[in-house]
Design a protein around this ligand. Structure first.
Ligand code: FES
Length: 123
């Protein structure tokens, strides 16, 4: 079933595929995130890499799709993060792998910031 035309709604109020419920998990205060410095955390057994950059907060799976090392040990450049081991770069907005050796995208998660509190929908 196509979701074309409603994806914008999901980016504002994401819903899980199975229940339709929005599940926000509090991650940290936004002030805990230094600009352009990735932070690796675990939320409900899921490794998350949080990045505050370009006036937004992004969350991606904290595991490079090439070699399963933490992306939170990598470097941020604009809205991308570079894996420290072999240099693959990922788009923080889409998860797309922008350069080899990684070819698979990294999973991204919806983020909201309310009153300085960062929450992630880990689905
Ligand atoms: S482990 Fe990340 S690019 Fe190889």
């Amino acid at each position: 079933m196509s979701k074309k035309g409603v994806m914008g709604d999901f980016s504002v109020q994401p819903r899980t595929a199975n229940t339709g419920a929005t599940i926000w998990t509090v991650a940290c205060d936004v002030d805990d995130l230094a600009p352009d410095r990735p932070l690796g955390i675990r939320l409900a057994e899921t490794a998350i890499c949080l990045v505050r950059t370009a006036g937004e907060v992004f969350a991606v799976h904290d595991e490079c799709t090439h070699g399963a090392v933490p992306l939170s040990d990598g470097e941020v450049d604009g809205c991308t993060i570079e894996c420290w081991l072999h240099g693959s770069r990922f788009d923080l907005r889409s998860g797309e792998a922008l350069g080899p050796p990684a070819t698979e995208p990294v999973r991204t998660f919806p983020v909201r910031v309310i009153s300085g509190v960062v929450s992630v929908d880990i689905g």
